[in-house]
Design a protein around this ligand. Sequence first.
Ligand code: GSH
Length: 338
Amino acid sequence: MRYLSCVLAASALLLGSHAARGDTLDVVKQRGHVQCGVTTGFAGFSAPDDKGVWRGLDIDFCRAVAAAVLGDAGKFKAVPLNSQQRFTALQSGEIDLLARNTSVTQQRDTALGAIHAGINFYDGQGFLVHKSLGVTSAKELDQASICMQTGTSNENTMADWARANGITYRPVVIEQFNEVVNAFAAGRCDAFTTDASGLASIRVSRMQDPDAYEVLPELISKEPLGPFVRQGDDAWLNVVKWTLHAMTGAEELGVTSANVDESLQSKNPAIRRLLGVTPGAGKNLGLDEKWAYNIVKQVGNYGESFERNVGMASPLKIPRGLNALWSDGGLIYPLPIR
Ligand SMILES: N[C@@H](CCC(=O)N[C@@H](CS)C(=O)NCC(=O)O)C(=O)O
């Protein structure tokens, strides 16, 4: 793993001339679309629907950045990447932004040449098992075979947790998502480990009989998932970071895709600044003053995106929990736009 990081960091230096120039915002404006790194297909976060249209919480984030920068949420290209490929794609300049259920870790934020722009989903690592296994706690997984995907933080977290709890296990580590899911469905492993959101998605969208499976109650880590950009490009980092704060801030202010037009008349100074009625925030980012209006109008606020893609009304049925606004007891804390 340490060797891999060195190779990745070195390739960043060799291939990252685009990054070193720190001109991603100009490049995106000239190109006319955002190159957004996403998963190869992971329902709820980023997956093509039956008409081939990409949908999900992370896809909404790609759309929001496109709306902010180019005024049109449709002006992005989803670049499917498996867990292993994602940071190389960011380092090489193939993508402008990685919006792909990626955990922020110290190593990724430093040695891999990437930097996170915020957290759009607070998660933790868990286990999915077939109910017939009769296991009710992760601690009963001693001697079990555990499926996981290459290049995820889940590999290391699993090893740490097993060591700390005196558990031995047989890792079944596979690079392609479809193959690891199929291996688990075929009974090649006793459990699948990844982020709890990933387990919810795999259970409902990939298992033939979702009711035959359950997610064990323990979460063995913190997995703060968020968008990443390349290091060395503060202007672009700011655009991506404040796109997230515009989405969460709109929710906090009660501005939705349905009421954003009437909100233009609001007397609330915070709403007026957010929507560009009082100018300044757009200019500060090198964007049109309508940047956040376009995000909310075309994509919606954070809560709308959460509910539509992963919330209780979606197949994944994930409660807001830690992903509620701070004012509702969660960790989502929009920074002030002023
Ligand atoms: N949050 C963890 C796990 C993220 C991850 O890559 N999970 C896998 C398993 S759910 C995934 O999304 N695979 C989809 C793919 O490779 O296309 C990380 O950042 O390493």
